[in-house]
Design a protein around this ligand. Structure first.
Ligand code: ADP
Ligand code: MG
Ligand code: MG
Length: 355
């Protein structure tokens, strides 16, 4: 019997277009003999639109951006998701939901919470890991508690900063100094992130970051290589080879990630076996510190002395065939179609474990 898969993609976040590319690539890679593919598109206004089952190859992402179709009202979401996706097997619901969403309202535990309520198996991290991974302060606090090394950081709430900016700047200068990185606590894709060299830039960076979030984290800026590891699994996760990101710009900002396309990805990264061992050990510890499941991409800074610092885990990393996570697994012997099938299996395994 075919697995009835529901792909959830698009979304209101800055990564809408990326999500569409991912959906197209996943549909192309899936074996249509094994999977029934049912699309749900979330448009830029956040409306959920259910499309017809996809039975063949698709020409372009345009074909996935439904403007008409069954609009799913929030209060009807549950019945729509658990009712029959195909006429032949009425009322059996989807076997697995695959959220191909990044950022707030997709990667942050909200969609995951809804799927929990509906008791549906879904690919990737659960509510807790997704939410903790989306908030850089909470994530770093959990890493600290697990004894992982990371850069120094402080954080602020908008109202407190507004009432005494001077105190905030002094705290940053006393505890971190320059350069420092200012980031909205709850975003990804480098949106709203600035590197600051002095107090003027710090003020502007706070203004910018607070546009995106009421909570802002400031980190000590370091000079280091950026190395990433893919982690796959549930209770006994495994690591991929390591990859290095070499941004051509000052840092790996939004443009470097999605627009320039000239950031070099070096896979496998040229690192010693000792460093690789340290990275994989830390990646698994980070995965466990947030109680992750399915997948994460663990991102590190590695200094010239070979010191390994965890930067973040991404609970729904970029997932086009040209993104780091799938490429890391390809170099580790797991091709894109097999990776997708593995994730679906892991979703079902975790769902069974919970019952
Ligand atoms: P996001 O979740 O948006 O990817 P990151 O914390 O990974 O946010 O920051 C984006 C990029 O900014 C990193 O890939 C790196 O190039 C740079 N960066 C972030 N924090 C630091 C830091 N503390 N020191 C040096 N570079 C940093
Ligand atoms: Mg991130
Ligand atoms: Mg990052």
């Amino acid at each position: 019997m075919k697995t009835k898969l529901c792909l959830l993609y698009g979304g209101k976040s800055a990564e809408h277009q990326v999500s569409l590319q991912t959906a197209k690539a996943v549909i192309q890679a899936l074996d249509h003999e094994k999977f029934d593919i049912n699309p749900i598109y979330i448009n830029t206004e956040g409306k959920w639109i259910k499309g017809e089952a996809i039975t063949g190859p698709i020409e372009s992402v345009k074909a996935l951006e439904f403007s008409t179709g069954e609009m799913i009202a929030p209060n009807a979401l549950s019945t729509s998701l658990v009712s029959a996706p195909s006429e032949s097997e009425a009322n059996s619901g989807y076997d697995v939901i695959f959220p191909l969403l990044h950022g707030p309202n997709g990667e942050d535990g909200t969609v995951q919470g809804m799927l929990e309520l509906l008791n549906l198996p879904y690919v990737g991290n659960g509510v807790l890991a997704s939410a903790a991974g989306m908030d850089k302060v909470i994530m770093k606090n959990l890493f600290a508690q697990a004894g992982l090394e990371q850069v120094k950081y402080v954080w602020f709430i908008r109202n407190n900063w507004e009432s005494n900016r001077e105190a905030a700047y002094e705290k940053v200068e006393k505890e971190l100094g320059y350069p420092c990185f200012v980031k909205p606590a709850n975003l990804g894709s480098s949106v709203g992130i600035s590197k600051c060299m002095n107090r003027n830039e710090l003020g502007a960076a706070f203004e910018e970051a607070f546009q995106f979030d009421r909570k802002v984290i400031v980190e000590e800026g370091i000079i280091a290589r950026e190395i990433e590891i893919g982690v796959l699994g549930n209770d006994d996760p495994e690591c991929s080879v390591a990859g290095e990101i070499v941004p051509k710009k000052d840092f790996y900002d939004y443009k470097a990630k999605y627009e320039d396309g000239n950031t070099a990805l070096i896979i496998p990264a040229e690192i010693s076996s000792d460093t690789y061992r340290e990275l994989t050990k830390t990646a698994i510890q980070a995965f466990k510190a947030l109680d992750c499941s399915g997948l994460v991409r663990a991102d590190f800074f590695v200094t010239s002395e070979g010191k390994v610092l965890i930067n973040e885990v991404n609970t729904m990393p970029g997932f086009t065939p040209f993104s780091m996570f799938p490429l890391l697994w390809k170099h580790s012997g797991v091709e894109y179609p097999a990776l997708i099938e593995r994730l679906v299996e892991l979703a079902q395994e975790r769902h069974k474990d919970k019952q």
